[in-house]
Structure formats: structure tokens, C-alpha cells
Write a protein that binds this ligand. Structure first.
Ligand SMILES: [Zn+2]
Length: 332
């Protein structure tokens, strides 16, 4: 089950880049900058067994307010460990909390169940500090990019039935594996017809890049040496980055698992056949209880990876270092 923002957003549109990899995460999606606080929703241990919450420290609210003032679109996202769904709270609602230290916001856990079967669910109730109602939206994970692009309109939806009509108009487009294009639909929201849009970008692959990387590495993963037909040609400066070149020196052959660890900015090959292990990401995975397998990754990180015997096919060392910075969100 994907927990990390990047998994859903990269699948939604390849025009996606992490700008800062500590929580709240900053990222760019389809040309707009976002700051998203992401946490695991948990049982609140109160009387109501359906009451789940996320906690938001005051320091996070202050960071989010500053970023909103600087032009970021601010998100508050809760994931679930038992459903492939997320809940999004209205930013103005979360930012209206005035608890001294840690505040928390609520979502019915049954909404996660409903969203994983019906695509979406909604909980609307009074927000005292706002003097009006606020709407919490729960979606299946693949709707995260769609939510980010339309959040202001979507939070005006008043009923679950209305929300389902909106997502049904987009579900075919959102569920396509690798589409490229824009879907616009007029939908009824709070008694008015409004335009909702979804933009998904996929960049075409260069088959020559793949073939030259695969032959330089004899089809073996540079990290674990597996072949087995599960190896891919990974870009070092990522495919969606403007400075990506389709040359063998910007490529490294990685099995699907090690390719994912690289793109998730967890275990990253760098210059000198060494690795960078992303300690911030390690802490995040521990915090959300998703760190099983970490020992194996630590052992890999302490070792080295293979490069082709023929030095002209070796990864460019500057590309490797920059590839790490881009994935960490520290590339200037
Ligand atoms: Zn491997």
C-alpha cells in the first residue's frame, strides 16, 4: 500500500517534483507549488469507535501559514494503515485551531472504508472557529493529484452523493495507467455549475536510452545483480527534470525494487560507487510504522554498487550527486 505522497502524485502526473522532503513536504505538481503536512490517521481512543484523528503541532501550523503567505497551496493529509485512502481537511479549518501545542482534527474511520469501495466519502460538520461548516474529503489514493488541483471547489461540495457524482465524472480518466492530457467537466457544486479539471502528463520514453543502459549492465541490477527480466533503465537526473539527458552516462540499471527505492529518495547511488541513505525518510517511515525491511536497506547503503567494465558507460559522477540533490529537494 503506498503511503508516500510521491507514489500517488508521480503516478498521477510526471510533471511532479519534490522540493523539500521533510514534513510538511513541498512539491511542484503541474506547475504549482504545494506544501503538504502528511500523517497517519489513528484511532482517537474516545467513546466513539469511529473517531479517528490526525495531530497537528503548532509549529506545523506556523510553517504552513508562512508558506501559504509565500504562495504555496497548503494541504493537510491523513493516510490510513488499513485502507488505500486519504482524508484531506480544509486548510483554513486546520489553521483556525488555536490549541497551544498539538491540535487534532477528526474524520470518521468508516469514511476510509467507504472511499476505498466507492472512490470518495465526505464528512461535513460545524467548524466553530470558522463560524460555518467544513468538509472533510476522503478519497482513494489515486485521487490525490485530482484533489490537489481542485481543492477549493471540492471543499464546497455539501453531500456525499454530490461528491460521488463529481468523482464518477473523472474516474475513467484518473484510473488510466499512463494517460497524457486534460479532462474538463462541468459539475454541480453547491447549486452552481463549476468547471473541474484534471491534468495528467506523461513524458514519452526513449527506447534507445533503455537499450543502451541495459546492454552496458548486461541486464543486471547495479545494486543486487539480479537479472530475471525485472531490471529497468533508471534515469539518474530524473526523466521529468528539464536537465535530463537520454545518455547512458545518465542511466543506471536497477531492478524494480531498487529503482523504487531510488525514486522514493530512500537509497540513492552517488559518486564513488557509494550510497546516500535518506535519514529523514527513514525517520518518517518509522513514525508511520512502515520501516520493515529497513535493516536490509541499511546493509546495502553501507556497501557499494557495480558499474559497467567499460568506463565510457559508467554513470557521470556529477549527474549522480545532482540526482541525489534533486530527489532530496536540495537542488538549487
Ligand atoms: Zn536490485
Amino acid at each position: 500500500m503506498p503511503f508516500l505522497l510521491g507514489d500517488y502524485l508521480r503516478a498521477y502526473s510526471q510533471d511532479f517534483r519534490i522540493l523539500s522532503s521533510s514534513n510538511p513536504y513541498r512539491f511542484a505538481l503541474n506547475g504549482l507549488n504545494y506544501s503538504a503536512h502528511v500523517s497517519l490517521a489513528h484511532f482517537a481512543a474516545r467513546k466513539n469507535p469511529d473517531e479517528w484523528r490526525i495531530q497537528i503541532p503548532r509549529s506545523v501550523r506556523e510553517t504552513q501559514i508562512a508558506r501559504e503567505q509565500a504562495g504555496d497551496i497548503v494541504l493537510f493529509i491523513g493516510f490510513f494503515d488499513d485502507y488505500p485512502a486519504f482524508t484531506a481537511w480544509e486548510a483554513s479549518y486546520v489553521l483556525s485551531l488555536n490549541s497551544k501545542d498539538i491540535g487534532s482534527v477528526y474524520v470518521p474511520h468508516s469514511n476510509a472504508n467507504d472511499a476505498s469501495t466507492n472512490m470518495a466519502a465526505l464528512d461535513r460538520r460545524a467548524a466553530r472557529n470558522l463560524g460555518r461548516n467544513t468538509t472533510k474529503l476522503t478519497f482513494r489514493g489515486e485521487f490525490l493529484g485530482f484533489y490537489a488541483e481542485n481543492l477549493n471547489l471540492l471543499h464546497q461540495v455539501e453531500t456525499g452523493a454530490q461528491l460521488l457524482r463529481v468523482v464518477e465524472q473523472f474516474s475513467d480518466f484518473i484510473e488510466q495507467a499512463e494517460p497524457s492530457g486534460t479532462e474538463n467537466q462541468l459539475v454541480e457544486i453547491a447549486g452552481r455549475r463549476r468547471k473541474v479539471s484534471s491534468v495528467r502528463k506523461n513524458y514519452p520514453r526513449n527506447p534507445h536510452f533503455r537499450d543502451s543502459v541495459m546492454s552496458a549492465y548486461s541486464g543486471s541490477c547495479a545494486i543486487c545483480r539480479k537479472q530475471l527480466g525485472i531490471v529497468e533503465a533508471a534515469h539518474i537526473i530524473p526523466h521529468n527534470h528539464p536537465d535530463c539527458v537520454e545518455a547512458v552516462t545518465n542511466g543506471i540499471a536497477l531492478c524494480v525494487e531498487h529503482h523504487r527505492l531510488y525514486d522514493a529518495a530512500l537509497l540513492m547511488p552517488t559518486a564513488g560507487q557509494r550510497f546516500v541513505l535518506n535519514n529523514q525518510r527513514v525517520e518518517h517511515l518509522k513514525n508511520i510504522g512502515q520501516d520493515s525491511g529497513l535493516d536490509e536497506v541499511r546493509i546495502l547503503a553501507a556497501g557499494s554498487y557495480e558499474v559497467p567494465h567499460d568506463a565510457q558507460f559508467n554513470p557521470n559522477e556529477e549527474f549522480l550527486k545532482r540526482g541525489v540533490r534533486i530527489r532530496l529537494g536540495t537542488d538549487a
